[in-house]
Design a protein around this ligand. Sequence first.
Ligand SMILES: [Mn+2]
Length: 261
Amino acid sequence: MLFIEIDNGVDIVGDIHACFDEWMEMLDKLGYRKNEQGLFIHPEGRKIVSLGDVMSRGPRSIETMQFFLKHCGKNMYMVDSNHGWKIARWLDGRKVQLKHGDEKVAEEFIEFEKKYGKERTVRLKRQLRDLFMNLPSHIILRDHGQPKVVCVHAGIREDFIGKESERIKNFCRYGDVAGMDRHGKPIRREWYKQYKGELMVVWGHDPKPEPLVINNTINIDQGVVFGGKLTAFRYPEKEFVFVPGKKDYAGSNDNPFTGNN
Ligand SMILES: [Mn+2]
C-alpha cells in the first residue's frame, strides 16, 4: 500500500495491455509532453497512476514496460496486477505457465535479445522484475493528508483499505475469485455491488464497454486491447478521457466483447 498526495491532480489509467500507440496518444491527450531527458511531464505537475496490466495480450509489451520503468517513482506510479505479477515471477526465472497473452511477452524478449544482445536483455529483465515484484497492492490518493481515492487493479474490500497481507494482495490482484468454472475460467464475484466505503475506488481488470460507476466504485478498463478503448479518469476533475483501440489485438478467443460472457 502506498499513499500519494493529489497535489495538482492525478490521471488514473486503466489496463493498457501493451497498446503502446494508444498509450502515447492518451499521454498527448492528457497534456503530457516529452522533456529533454525523454520523460513525459505534465506542465501543471499532474501525476499518473497506472492500474496495472500494462503488458501482455497486445503488440508492444516491452516498450510499455520500459516506459513505466523509466517513469515509476518520478511522476508516475503503478499498482500490482495479475499479469504484472505473473510476468514478474517469469522474469525471476520461476516456473510459470505463460498464457492469456503472457506468451507474447516471452516472444518479444526473443526478438529483443536478437536485436540488442544477451547482456542488455538480462539487465532489462532484472530491472523489470524488480519493478513488478515490488508494486503496492493499492494506492491511496490523499488531499492534504485526507484519504480520497483508492486505486487498485481488480478490487478491494472496505476493511482491506490501507492494510497489507497475502490475502489482501491476492484480492487486489485477482478480485473476489470463487474458484474456477468447468472451462478453467475464474468465477468472479462482483465485490463492487457490496462495497459501502466512503473512499472512491477506481479499478480495472474486468473489461466493461463503458466505465461502470456503482457504489462509489468506478471501473475504467474498457478493453483497449480487444478493440475497445483506453480510459483515464482525472481526479479531482472526475472526467473521463478515452482513446479508441486501433483493433482487436488479442484475438477473438479471449475477447470479452464478442465472446459469450
Ligand atoms: Mn487484470
